[in-house]
Design a protein around this ligand. Sequence first.
Ligand SMILES: [Zn+2]
Length: 525
Amino acid sequence: MNLDAYRRAAETFQTELMREYYQHYAGLKDTFEIEPIYAGASELFTRDAVQALRELDDGMDGNGKGNGDARRQARMLLDFAVEGYVGEATKAVEEELARTEAGLRIEVGGERLGFREAPVAQANEPDAGRRAEIERAVLAATREHLGPHYRELIESQHACALELGWASYADMCAHCKRIDLWALSEQTAAFSAASEASYPQIVDPELRRTLGIGLDELRRADLARFFRAVEQDRHFPGGRLTESFADTMAGLGTDVSAQPGVTFDIGSRPNKAPRAFCAPVRVPGEVYLVVAPVGGWDDYVTLFHEGGHTEHSAHVDAGLPFEFRCLGDNSVTETYAFLIQHLVEDPEWLSRRLGIDDASELVSHARAQRLVYLRRYAGKLAYELELHGGEGGASRAGGGGASRAGGGAGDGGDADGRWDSLAQRYAELLGGALRIEWPTETFLADVDPGFYCACYLRAWALETHLRTYLRERFGPAWFESPEAGEVLRGLWRDGQRLDAEELLGELTGERLDFGAVLTDLGLSE
Ligand SMILES: [Zn+2]
């Protein structure tokens, strides 16, 4: 295989795909034509290509061949090819899902609502009864119209893993992404166990203050409203959103208005996606941060998160190989996104940048929200290991987090029985994590491809380590220190060459540890 030619074609594919994504979701183009982009790149994702890259990668593992970087590059290209192989196999069903979902309407109290508008409608709905009505309609539509497509999608992902010679989809992802998913699940299960007793004490008062209900009355339908933190809106005007991001980056020594290749797409446009997103079309030379600000804390959270991705991409060294600029462990870019996002709940930043002198309510709210997310994703990882773990589910040699002995959903024998028992496990694990009644209907819809939940979990841990390091070295107002900015720019220049573990090891010599997250949340003994 000609690796240089493969890299060039891979980068062209990525660029075209990202440009199409940007133009469609920024509202510049109605159509979303990814089929021709895949068609032009089909030779990248053949079984032969995957096989050749796997042999290259296997060769790197034996007898110390190749330096560390060559070994990293081989694994990243294998991951890219495998994702593309699965993408080719599932493209049709994914398009069908997107089409069905975009056209779905639900009826709530005599009013018709787009299926995709439901989470926003729930977040903006003060009436708990109506939020529950929206939820019922969403779950019914999921079961009736989307369920069969999701089942086909997951079955197809599993079949790909077996075709390519892995024992399961989980094994394939763990290998290609160099993440020991089972060890991670043990760590996050330990985090959940350690935060178990404090969870109601942290979440219940915040629910009562913001929604007027306790944890015992909370329903899943209320979560979007809880996270929306509408009572904080007065502190977060839409007009100061992009300015406060630019000021923050200036404090770190980066003038965003003078950054080559970074475009802030701020204007409103009829078909622009309501949520901010970052589109790294070329890394580092062409990065878009798309935002349609309306104001409110949630807007700031999203813009600062996507702004973290944007700054990371824009600072990557143009001289790095394609793999390190565009591929690698996404736990790393999510870490930078969470680091910048976290500022909008940091009392020091809130005081200095927005003049909020008493941020205690916002800080308590953000803490409760973070704990909900962490526990939810810990539950998700445990569940997805059962879903994608093949025979024996998550209970793998050497342990396997929160799984039952004897292997999860395989018991039923027949296929329908297996799906039913997975749906039960989903509701048990997620409901148990958050101590609320959890529906079974979303057991296949609430799953991101490629164990992305593991990237978020690792990013929450790494971000905590990195933020602690910056505070210890540069003080609580580290975000106003150009020297702290220099540390970050040094990390950003490296793209995703190092994975989360390696990055932390080089930065502080520590190991990724959820105990640090417990401490950060004030939950360690
Ligand atoms: Zn992100």
